[in-house]
Ligand binder design. Structure first.
Ligand code: GTP
Ligand code: MG
Length: 433
């Protein structure tokens, strides 16, 4: 949706929101603060924020005529001061293609709504084949009716800058049928990727699984790195992570505990995007424990927790046991606030993902949590049962082992299912030689 722009002369962005009667001033401030961070993640230069209280959105232009005129004047002045720069109005709700076109015409600048901004970030940050296909499906569906609107306004000022056709997007101009075909093609690709994934997953069934979930920028990937010694991407951007990564807890424990890091959430996350990322989020669904990571230093953290709950419920993970992790406590300077957090959330783990001691506590906490569910058992294998032995060592902790000429006896600690699986494999595997 954006052309590549010169980082030294980024588009100048004005943020605008309608405040509906059910939204408090705090709601609007928090939501605009977030739109600001979304804009910064895209590299835009934010020049102003405008809020208008209205009983409902204006049917034609989202904002009412007075506010539209005021914004047009502000942009005009800004254009005189910075004639070489493109301008964009970012609207803090999802608006219709026709509202976007009419508002754009009235303020003589490009208009992007919150959904478009989020989609653009997802588009830029998607790396894997799967994430790219997932994002492209949603973008195509989103863009198609808007391109038709844009064509209605042809001859206007839509030829350059933001909102114009970007590199590699020529297919977006194709007719509806071609868009449909492309979406179908992408869906097929996703089905294939999904099948590969299922194979990978079934190999992991025996392991204990923890998923890091939470609002974007809460510190999930930072904690992932620290807990697993992996090098997943960490950045002070929104939606830095789009792909799911699974790694074993490090230092390793037996049986292994697998940790997954995945896409973060945000309020008003476009529903289609959640639906499209469903297979990615399935990792989360299959976990036996969620670590709900929260940025406790953000004044808005409670609303962010609520959003996370809502999305988890939407994807069907609302009932999975969760451990609250109040992160970035190093940034909570006020001791009284720390104490009040502790009072309000007595069961939370209060940590900084940047502190080795705290990460070690999380590590120990996870091990302790899973240890309770372990059982001890004796397993007997013959010498020729090498594959079962490999399974045993992969999925159970070996407490004691003894060998004689027939085979080995192992005292193990593991989950009931893992023990049953090994025993079943031992019983059914035909003897060789
Ligand atoms: N001070 C401080 N900063 C932290 C802490 N944890 C993470 N950060 C910083 O917060 C920013 C976001 O961290 P990430 O780990 O990328 O956050 P995330 O939850 O994975 O975010 P997304 O992938 O965008 O959903 C980075 O700049 C981190 O360095 C912490 O405990 N203390
Ligand atoms: Mg991340």
């Amino acid at each position: 949706m954006f052309d590549a722009f010169d980082a030294d002369a980024p588009p100048r962005a004005l943020l605008a929101a309608v405040q509906l009667p059910d939204a408090t001033d705090d709601d609007v401030t928090a939501s605009l603060a977030e739109l600001y961070r979304l804009a910064k993640t895209l590299g835009l230069e934010v020049i102003d924020r405008q809020v208008q209280k209205r009983p409902h959105f204006d049917a034609a232009t989202y904002l009412g005529p007075g506010k539209v005129e005021q914004i047009a004047a502000l942009l005009e002045t800004d254009r005189e001061a910075h004639p070489a720069r493109t301008q964009v109005v970012l609207v803090d709700h999802e608006i219709s293609p026709s509202q976007a076109r009419q508002l754009s015409k009235a303020v003589k600048a490009d208009v992007l709504d919150r959904t478009a901004v989020i989609l653009e970030i997802f588009h830029r940050h998607a790396r894997s084949r799967e994430a790219r296909a997932q994002v492209e499906i949603v973008r195509l569906a989103y863009m198609a009716p808007r391109l038709r609107e844009m064509n209605k306004g042809k001859g206007g000022r839509q030829q350059g800058g933001i909102g114009a056709k970007g590199a590699g997007e020529s297919h977006l101009e194709l007719d509806r049928r071609k868009v449909r075909d492309r979406i179908a093609e992408l869906r097929e690709e996703l089905v294939k990727i999904e099948q590969e994934r299922v194979t990978q997953r079934s190999r992991r069934q025996d392991f204990r699984r923890v998923a890091l979930v939470g609002y974007t920028n809460a510190g999930k990937s930072t904690l992932m790195r620290a807990l697993t010694g992996s090098d997943v991407y960490v950045a002070d951007k929104l939606f830095a992570t789009l792909d799911t990564t699974v790694r074993a807890l490090h230092p390793p424990v037996e049986p292994r505990i697998l940790v997954s890091d995945t896409v973060g959430f945000i309020r008003n996350l476009p529903h289609d995007l959640v639906a499209s990322f469903k297979s990615t989020l399935d990792e989360t669904l299959e976990s036996s424990l969620l670590l709900h990571v929260v940025d406790a230093s953000d004044p808005d953290f409670e609303a962010q927790m609520q959003t996370t709950h809502d999305v988890l419920t939407e994807i069907g993970a609302g009932d999975t046991p969760a451990q609250l992790v109040l992160n970035k406590c190093d940034r909570v300077a006020d001791p009284a606030r720390l104490a009040s957090l502790r009072d309000t959330y007595p069961d939370a783990w209060m940590i900084s993902a940047k502190s080795d001691t705290d990460v070690a506590r999380v590590h120990a906490g996870l091990v302790a949590r899973f240890q309770g569910a372990l059982e001890e058992a004796w397993i007997v294998l013959r010498h020729d049962q090498g594959a079962v032995r490999a399974l045993l060592f992969d999925t159970c902790q070996i407490l004691e082992e003894a060998y004689d000429e027939d085979g080995g006896r192992y005292r193990v600690s593991a989950h009931r299912e893992a023990i049953d699986r090994v025993r079943e494999a031992a019983g059914t595997q035909p003897a060789r030689g």
